[in-house]
Structures are given as C-alpha cells and as structure tokens.
Design a protein around this ligand. Structure first.
Ligand code: UD1
Length: 355
C-alpha cells in the first residue's frame, strides 16, 4: 500500500463527502479505514448514505450519540485515541465542520498523526455558530488544508495558513454529478407524494440558530406555512424534537413535513422543485449545481458564490422569505466555482504524495 488514510465521519453531510473519497482511494489502491463517531445514529441520517452511495459499513463505529457540545465532543475524543493508536494511519482525514471534525483533528494532533481537513477555509464570520468554532479550530490544528474554492483559499491565506493549503475543488460536486446522472438515467426515483413536479418548494431547517429558540422556530415555520405553493419540509430529528417540545405544528397552511430523504431521492426532489428554502450548507450548493433557485434562512453563508451568481438569497423574516422564493429565475450561468467533479481524485493524490 502506498499510504493509509483514516477518515473520521459522524454526521449526514460527511457521509456524502466520504463516498467520492472512498471510491477514489479504492481506485488508487490506497488503504482507507472509515471511523463513524455515531454523532448521527438514526438510519435515515446515517445508514442509508452508506448503502446508497456504495461505501459499505464503517470499519469502526464509536456509538457516541447525542449530547451537549462538550459531552459529545469529549466522548469522541476519549474514544478516538485508541482507534488512531491501533490503526496508525499516514493521514487522518476530517470533513467539514461538525463536532466529529474537531474531535478527530484534536485527537490526531495530540498523537502526532498528520491531519488533513477536507472543506477547509470556509468562514461565516459568525462566532455564535458551533460550526464556525469547529472549522476555525480544525483549520488551525491541521497539517494539510484541502480547500474547496478560491474564496476558502483566500481566507486561509489571510489567517497565515497559505503554506499548508491546496485547492482541490469540492467533493460534493463529484457525488452530486454522479448521483444526478444515475437518477436521470434510471428514472429510479419516485416523486414526492402529494405534490406535482415544478409546483412545490423543498425545505430543510435544522440549525441551532433557527431551532433552539421557540420564538425563532415559530417565525420560520410561520414563514414556510405562508408561502404561495406547497412546501415539503424534510424534517431533521432536531427540528421535530424542538417543535414537539414547544407545541409548534410543522403541518399547517402550505407546509407539510415528512422524514428526511436518502441522497438520490433528495437530489431528485431538489431537481423537481420550484425552489429550495434551507439553512443547510450542502443544500445551497446542491440547488445551485442543479440550477434550482435557493433561499437561505440565515444571516450569512459560507457559499458566497451562490449568492454572487444570483442563485441564492439570504432571507430571515417572513416578508424576506416570501419575496425571495417568488423572485424571478436568476440569469443562467456556466460558472463552476465548486470544481469539475474530480476533487476526490485530487485529494487522494495529494495525500499519497511523499512527505
Ligand atoms: C450536525 C452538525 C451540523 C450539520 C448537521 C447535519 C455539529 C455541531 N452540527 O447538527 O453542522 O449541518 O449535523 O445534519 O456537529 N438527533 C437524533 N438522531 C440523530 C442525530 C441527532 O434524534 O441521529 C437529534 C438529537 O436530539 C440531538 C439533535 O438531533 O440532540 C442534534 O444533533 P447533533 O448531532 O448534535 O447536531 P445536528 O443538529 O444534527
């Protein structure tokens, strides 16, 4: 084996990014060990991605589960030392900005195992977001920063991290193009129940800033329920739990909720929608890559290219959200700020270079 890579993942978006890396590692004859922290444990947030995206089962599952940030991150840290010691990889590869990312980076650094951060250099500059803490801490701990975009490279340079940075493109583009082509070729994916193609908005809301405060959650739900077309909310367990705790209905007016979708079904549901309303990072890009207008329910975004190109609008109040979803279709563009769909192969070849 040329090199041994150990990936640590734990939350839904990381499983999506893991798939192209796993396939590229295999294709290059590189040994790839997968460690699942157990941050996401619901089958719909976890197992379906491993199945549908051809990843197979993780090699190690820590079963950490939910908890406050400190408890969850600490439980991962405590468990990872032994795993890294046993496998002694050439690289620990961490993904994105979750508690699983920062825990794995910290554990590896302390064991003197080189750490590479995939999706490095994203910044919202909002210090209230747990994801912002996670990504800043991880970037400054890591030995190699794999940046998805030029904007991310520029952020890292400004923080004095340019020498450790490589622009590889965005692996989410790899997996999205692959799945989109598969979904279109097979027609395997059934449409969402109860709505007609082109006539509905697809929504996801899960971030702490929109869900933890009942007043804020009520505002967001009111905005969705008041839109001019049916809104299908793919409800993350976090929003279901918070809504139930505060007596907020997720099924009224234009709004109906249903469980999250597996990745191929999600891509088909985005492609067939009239627009996306979300606070997810990944979905903003998926909508852009499928050229579906997106409305992002946040005060800032890391994916500024989608906004600059007109395919994404930040909106927070009921009025702003209603205006954004009914805006005219943005100008067509062939801009490709998220790469060419071959980022994962580049990541593996950078990791396989002699150090
Ligand atoms: C995490 C990431 C977020 C990412 C999101 C994708 C952090 C700080 N946040 O947020 O960046 O966008 O994943 O989904 O790492 N729960 C379940 N079942 C599960 C997982 C969670 O019921 O399988 C519930 C629990 O009540 C838990 C809550 O959701 O307390 C929050 O889960 P957690 O993993 O802490 O964060 P996410 O909101 O999923």
């Amino acid at each position: 084996m040329l090199v041994k890579i150990l990936s640590v993942v734990g939350a839904r978006p990381q499983f999506v990014k893991l798939a192209p890396i796993h396939h590229a590692a295999r294709a290059a004859g590189v040994e790839h060990v997968i460690v699942h922290t157990g941050q996401h444990y619901d089958p719909l947030l976890s197992d379906v991605f491993f199945d549908d995206l051809g990843i197979g089962a993780p090699d190690v599952h820590l079963g950490v589960g939910s908890g406050s940030h400190g408890v969850q991150t600490g439980a991962m840290l405590a468990a990872l030392d032994a795993v890294f010691d046993e496998h002694r990889p050439d690289w620990v590869l961490v993904y994105g900005d979750t508690n699983s990312t920062v825990a794995a980076a910290l554990s590896a650094v302390k064991l003197h195992i080189p750490v590479a951060h995939l999706e490095a250099g994203l910044r919202s500059f909002n210090r209230r977001m747990p994801e912002e803490h996670n990504r800043v801490l991880t970037d400054h701990a890591a030995d190699l920063l794999l940046a998805p975009t030029q904007v991310a490279v520029d952020h890292l340079r400004r923080e004095g991290l340019g020498a450790r940075t490589v622009l590889v493109g965005d692996v989410m583009t790899d997996v999205l193009f692959d799945v989109r082509d598969r979904v279109t070729a097979d027609g395997e994916v059934t449409a969402l129940e109860g709505v007609s193609p082109g006539e509905y908005y697809l929504a996801t809301i899960h971030r702490a800033e929109n869900t933890d405060d009942p007043e804020r959650l009520q505002q967001v739900v009111d905005a969705l329920a008041g839109l001019d077309r049916p809104v299908v909310l793919l409800a993350h367990p976090r929003v279901v739990a918070k809504a139930a705790a505060h007596g907020i209905s997720l099924d009224r007016g234009s709004l109906t909720s249903r469980p999250p979708l597996a990745y191929p079904e999600l891509i088909a549901a985005v492609a067939a929608s009239a627009g996306v309303v979300t606070d997810s990072g990944g979905l903003q890009k998926e909508a852009f890559l499928l050229r579906v207008p997106c409305t992002t329910v946040r005060t800032e975004t890391e994916w500024v290219e989608t906004v600059e190109l007109g395919w994404n609008v930040l909106a927070n109040t009921r009025e702003e959200i209603a205006a954004a979803v009914t805006r005219p279709r943005p100008a067509e563009t062939d801009a490709a700020p998220y790469g060419d769909g071959h980022a994962a192969a580049r990541v593996v070849s950078v990791l396989a270079e002699p150090r």
